[in-house]
Design a protein. Sequence first.
Length: 254
Amino acid sequence: MRKILIIGIGAGDPDYMTVQAINALNRADVFFIPDKGDEKAGLRNQRLAICERYIKAKAPRFVTFRTPERAKDFTDYKANVADWHAAIEQSYKRMFAEELGEDQCGAFLVWGDPALYDSTLRIVENLLASGAIAFDYEIIPGISSIQALAAKHKISLNRIGESVLVTTGRKLAEKFPSDADSVVVLLDGDQTFASINDEDMEIYWGANIGAPEELLASGKLADVKDEIKALRVRLKRENGWVMDAYLLRKAKDG
């Protein structure tokens, strides 16, 4: 039976690869590599560089596929994402049927951890449930940008006895959660942090964490928000892509 490996490759630094992930790389016959255009070629190249560094057991094939784009104009966000995932699922079905032999192992290389704000696992599960093609799959966890962010800033995500909320820029824009001590934000292309006006709020921010072009900033949000916005613009201009994460929380009393 076909086997699919969904491998977490960490937040950007090849040294974030776990032994389990490296072993998984060496099991795969075919790697499915998403192509998101020239602007994001760096993401594709980093995946290939990881394979070149760690694969020793065999000479696998690399199948590049164009990722369908999500509609930019919509009224229902979740329905829009569902349609987008359905289009990607059709790409997966075709690739598994045409590019992967009955007894071969295919692999996806997922930034960070496959279980955290990534669609690959969900799409693979839906394809398997549809019965359109038979396969088995396995998840290999990876070091997420959240873990790497905390390590880079030399902080703990939680304070003693307090909770941590992981959310998105879209959800943060609706309302800042009042019941979480620390809030980790991902997928914030709109830089929602800049709209928060709270003199006591601290931010620990990082972009392209682990990559050579990594940028970090921290401090009182009111003091560094403009700096972060400028750094983000520069990074996008120079590299074509930005993947950032940040932690927000109130400064300690005293």
